[in-house]
Design a protein around this ligand. Structure first.
Ligand code: SF4
Length: 351
């Protein structure tokens, strides 16, 4: 395969075929990285990474059965459920995240779908975070078109709802909601003119074909998600996926590079599982086209490299934080200190 191959030219397409995607996965790794970085630079500022902070605003006691998730009420993981946070407390955490260099603040709640009274409180949170000049993102489970519009009216920028895996493997991971219900929520989010954050989780025992089909499904959505979080399974004791065979790190890096080639304009986010990755592996992921990270002390319930370690890594790699459009005072590099200490696991995995 050469750079003249249409699959490698960085075109925005929604008609990818499985053989095309599998052929990208099959490239020699260094060729794949080269093409991914070249396409990346056609569409994005090089050496620049968008930084989001994620806060769990309602933790645990979720009725769903996502096999990776410690927040499911069905698994004994020792996680203490927490009620929906107060608006003022969320605002204070957003201020800390902004001071630490995050430009987007993601609020995650462990719901199957939000209730009307909770949605009103979350709308107030969104307005407060927006007033700080940050982008807002929420992950609250399934949404109706009306709920999506309510969030949009409150000033929400992004909604996270992951597909998790391929349609074929999905039933091995979740039985309490269907793949089609996930697609329906994505459609409701788009119809409300919200930006979409949608990706999946690797290392759950899926086959290479499942990884290709997940990325194929994402790339063939009517519009590419603006953010594509690619998570590596965080194995939590007590969940059904604890003890899964770990994924070869190079397979993860390949998936990042293929996501970059299939969705050239999207931000590809190195998401949950970063704690378990070496700094060298993270650098290869950035080379493969990842240009977004979750930044802060914790990702919902699972650990995230601390802010100071990320700051040092950025310095060593010559990376800088992406500024918000029009935000002249956004920091050029991650600042020391601050960040969020959130308590649960939703947007980095699924919603
Ligand atoms: S991933 Fe989300 S929907 Fe699934 S169990 Fe966890 S909190 Fe519930």
């Amino acid at each position: 395969m050469t750079a003249s191959n249409p699959a490698l030219c960085g075109a925005i397409r929604h008609d990818w075929t499985l053989p095309e995607v599998q052929a990208l996965f099959a490239l020699p790794l260094l060729d794949l990285l080269l093409h991914a970085q070249r396409v990346h630079r056609e569409h994005h500022e090089p050496n620049t990474v968008q930084m989001s902070t994620l806060l769990s605003i309602k933790t645990g006691a979720c009725p769903e059965d996502c096999a990776y998730c410690p927040q499911s009420v069905r698994y004994e993981t020792g996680l203490e459920p927490e009620a929906l946070m107060e608006v003022a407390a969320v605002r204070a955490r957003a201020e800390q995240a902004r001071a630490a260099g995050a430009t987007r603040f993601c609020m995650g709640a462990a719901y199957r779908s939000p209730k009307a009274k909770d949605l009103r409180v979350i709308a107030a949170m969104i307005r407060e975070v927006r007033a700080l000049g940050m982008e807002t993102c929420a992950t609250l489970g399934m949404l109706t078109p009306e709920q999506a519009r309510e969030l949009k009216d409150a000033g929400l920028d992004y909604y996270n709802h992951n597909l998790d895996t391929s349609p074929e493997f999905y039933g091995e991971i979740i039985t309490t909601r269907t793949y089609q219900e996930r697609l329906d929520t994505l459609e409701a989010v788009r119809a409300a003119d919200l930006k979409v954050c949608c990706g999946g989780i690797l290392g759950m025992g899926e086959s290479p074909a499942d990884r290709a089909k997940l990325l194929l499904t994402l790339a063939n959505l009517p519009e590419h998600p603006e953010s594509v979080p690619i998570n590596q399974l965080v194995q939590v004791e007590g969940t059904p996926l604890a003890g899964s065979a770990p994924l070869d790190p190079f397979e993860f890096i390949r998936a990042i590079a293929v996501a970059r080639l299939l969705m050239p304009r999207s931000h590809v986010r190195l998401s949950a599982g970063r704690t378990a990755m070496s700094e060298e592996m993270q650098a290869l992921c950035f080379m493969a086209g990842a240009n977004s990270i979750f930044y802060g002390e914790k990702l919902l319930t699972t650990g995230n490299p601390d802010v100071e370690r990320d700051r040092r890594l950025f310095e060593r790699l010559g990376l800088r934080a992406e500024a918000l459009a029009g935000a002249a005072d956004a920091p050029a590099r991650p600042a020391a200190g601050g960040g969020c200490a959130c308590a649960h696991s939703h947007a980095e995995t699924a919603a």
